[in-house]
Design a protein around this ligand. Structure first.
Ligand code: SF4
Length: 333
């Protein structure tokens, strides 16, 4: 077992985890609520180190990352742990349940990615920050072999461990669930300020895109959507924002987000932001909503990248510039 980083021993044999703001006190021989750590004789262990719950080649667009090496495939993996408790989690079987895992060492994972000619490694599906020790060890090796490291994360991590990780990650999609602190506290067991801080810090170091899952009755008011758009604009109007459609999963039974709500959010966001997308729409419903998955030049409106489900074609870019007006395109290629 690998000893965890970022914790403190307490006088009664308990330990305090300092990886994320939950600051869990973990009693001897018990496992943390995120399922990532265990106190054994006053030493905190990362019990999920190298334990992969899933291993698959995905398109980078599936993360979603639309502006980072468009059209490529990336080896995607995950631990069976999470420091949030979203009652609508679409991956609850692996994030909250007891799923079987397979041990893959950091070196082996990098070799698999190289063998598959992957762009890199995406740490995704559950919460990669709860895989911290494995993530940083693997990301260092992957980086040394020319692979990219990509996170899909809830952004819930303390600043100190985040700072140590910054040099090894290339891109991230960060979930911004709501601008309501109570939503974070009461619904998902998270902390809004921490997530906003992670977004602000990582924007300065990585390519980041943001996702907002719109859940009817919880985070879909015009005021909350406007406040989210204002925040995204404040860190950069070039930050891609993905509105995603909620479907009932796990403990939430309410019907899916109305298409009109997504369209309203998209149109509101487009007034301030250059790249706004809507995802998770069923094929049969997509025709009435317009094209919310392709990328258009913010300067002249030229179609830069056409996305139609699995089909991605960069028809409007030459040398990473719009081939109509010459504006530099905001893609990492
Ligand atoms: S990483 Fe897990 S154990 Fe550590 S503070 Fe967060 S939820 Fe608690």
């Amino acid at each position: 077992m690998q000893e965890a980083r970022y914790y403190e021993k307490l006088s009664d044999g308990s330990v305090k985890c300092e990886l994320c703001p939950h600051s869990c006190i973990i009693k001897p021989n018990t496992i943390s609520p995120c399922k990532a750590r265990k106190n054994v004789d006053s030493i905190l262990y990362a019990i999920n180190y190298g334990e992969c719950v899933s291993l698959a080649m995905d398109t980078i667009e599936k993360k979603p990352l639309y502006h980072f090496h468009p059209g490529t495939l990336i080896l995607s993996t995950a631990p069976n742990s999470c420091n949030f408790k979203c009652p609508y989690c679409q991956n609850y079987g692996i994030s909250q349940g007891e799923s079987s895992t397979q041990y893959v060492s950091p070196e082996e994972l990098v070799q698999i990615a190289l063998r598959k000619s992957s762009l890199g490694i995406a740490y995704t599906y559950t919460e990669p920050f709860t895989w911290y020790e494995y993530l940083i060890d693997t990301a260092k090796i992957a980086r040394s072999k020319g692979l990219k490291n990509v996170l899909v994360t809830n952004g819930m991590i303390n600043e100190k461990p985040l700072s140590e990780l910054l040099p090894y990650i290339d891109a991230a999609n960060i979930d911004l669930k709501s601008m309501d602190p109570e939503f974070y506290k009461k619904i998902v067991w998270g902390d809004l300020d921490t997530v906003l801080n992670t977004i602000k810090i990582t924007k300065r170091h990585w390519h980041i895109e943001l996702t907002n899952l719109i859940i009817p009755g919880y985070n879909d008011s015009p005021e909350l959507i406007q406040s989210l758009v204002d925040f995204v604009a404040s860190i950069g109007v070039d930050t891609p924002l993905h509105f995603s459609r909620y479907f009932p999963h796990y403990k939430f039974k309410a019907p899916p987000t109305p298409i009109e709500t997504l369209k309203f959010a998209g149109e509101l966001a487009r007034k301030k932001l250059q790249y706004v997308y809507i995802g998770n729409i069923l094929l049969e419903e997509s025709s009435g909503i317009g094209d919310w998955s392709s990328t258009y030049c913010p300067e002249c409106g030229n179609l830069l990248i056409n996305r139609s489900y699995l089909d991605v074609s960069a028809t409007g870019i030459t040398d990473n510039r719009c081939n109509k007006c010459g504006r530099k395109a905001d893609f990492v290629i």
